[in-house]
Write a protein that binds this ligand. Structure first.
Ligand code: ZN
Length: 348
């Protein structure tokens, strides 16, 4: 039995942002450091601070985060205000990654308040930062609190929601790759983590709507995926060959796209390499949500993707996936060129 630390406070509902002050007061966290994303709508900050004021919560510092540099996090750590009781991250990826890492360094409770749900990073046990310019996943702790205001997330661009849908759906192929690694390399599979990961996707698939209910299900599912990673101590339940392809694109593409758009399309493609068990599920979800339509509106580069598929197996040491089984380049080329569902998703 291992000790894991999971969120104790979870509020995923309309109006949750304005109640954050109340949640903090109940937990005795009165002195906070708040990191927000650059360009956050002023109404979001105003709602947060009004709630703080009503409950007597002090934001010792309210800092806007433009970058996710490890060097900045380390410097901020050395100049933290004294007697802080919590770190709060509000907004998107970079602010949340910085806040999570800073809380981890300072051993302070962390409250994640994503204002859009474009990926599973808000509740994962790693912080995605850059170190000397290179992207790194650094160990961190899960948040103590996850507060998602579904109204706020619904007012964010729909493309961010579709990215979250893509990141969530990719868990189906990630878990398949994990099981392949068990069969071919005897890599142990944590059954509970795999089950949790799989179950969350299916729960969302039953109601993949862009409304308060769909947003609540997506937030819950992405959060539980982060917890699945914490349970097994690896990224296996959330990340397989589709993530390797996306990482390869991030490193080589002239214009990398949203993480979830890349992993969603990659997940659909690798589902076919994996024998097609999940292909219909993914296709159904992507048609129903308008995911494919959004990709067609700004298609990917076919050449960049083929290069990324070649590069992907060497991205992570000792990470067995379907791409390790055989050279898949020819198959991927045929899928991109001939699969009717992908028509218009790639430039020729
Ligand atoms: Zn992801």
């Amino acid at each position: 039995m291992k000790l894991i630390s999971v969120p104790a406070l979870v509020r995923i509902k309309p109006g949750a942002l304005g109640r954050l002050g109340l949640y903090l007061r109940r937990g005795g966290q009165r002195r906070t450091l708040v990191l927000t994303s650059q360009g956050l709508p002023p109404a979001v900050t105003a709602t947060l601070l009004a709630g703080f004021e009503a409950e007597g919560i002090e934001a010792e510092a309210l800092r806007e985060v433009a970058d996710n540099r490890f060097e900045d996090a380390a410097a901020a750590f050395t100049t933290l205000p004294g007697k802080l009781q919590a770190v709060v991250g509000v907004g998107g990826g970079k602010a949340l990654d910085m806040a999570k890492y800073l809380a981890f360094l300072a051993r302070l409770p962390y409250f994640a308040v994503p204002t859009s749900l474009s990926n599973d990073g808000f509740c994962s046990p790693q912080s995605s930062l850059t170190m000397a310019g290179a992207r790194r996943s650094l160990a961190a702790a899960l948040p103590l609190g996850v507060v998602i205001d579904t109204d706020v997330c619904l007012s964010a661009p729909r493309l961010l929601w579709l990215s979250g849908v893509g990141d969530l759906a990719s868990k189906l192929t990630a878990v398949f790759d994990w099981k392949l690694a068990f069969h071919h390399r005897q890599e142990p599979v944590d059954d509970l983590a795999a089950l949790l990961s799989d179950a969350t996707v299916h729960q969302f698939m039953d109601n993949p709507s862009f409304d308060a209910k769909g947003m609540e299900l997506l937030g819950t599912a992405l959060m539980l995926n982060g917890i699945a990673m914490e349970i097994c101590g690896s990224s296996r339940p959330a990340s397989g060959s589709e993530h390797l392809i996306s990482h390869a694109l991030d490193a080589s593409s002239a214009r990398p796209r949203l993480h979830g758009l890349q992993v969603g399309v990659a997940s659909y493609i690798v589902s076919r390499l994996q024998g097609g068990v999940q292909t219909a599920n993914l296709a159904g979800l992507f048609e129903a949500t308008g995911f494919f339509a959004a990709v067609r509106a700004d298609p990917f580069s076919r050449e960049e993707w083929l290069a990324a598929v070649q590069y992907a197996p060497s991205i992570k040491d000792d990470y067995f996936t379907v791409l390790s089984l055989r050279d898949c380049l020819g198959e991927v080329r045929a899928i991109i060129d001939n699969d009717p569902r992908l028509a218009g998703c790639f430039t020729q």
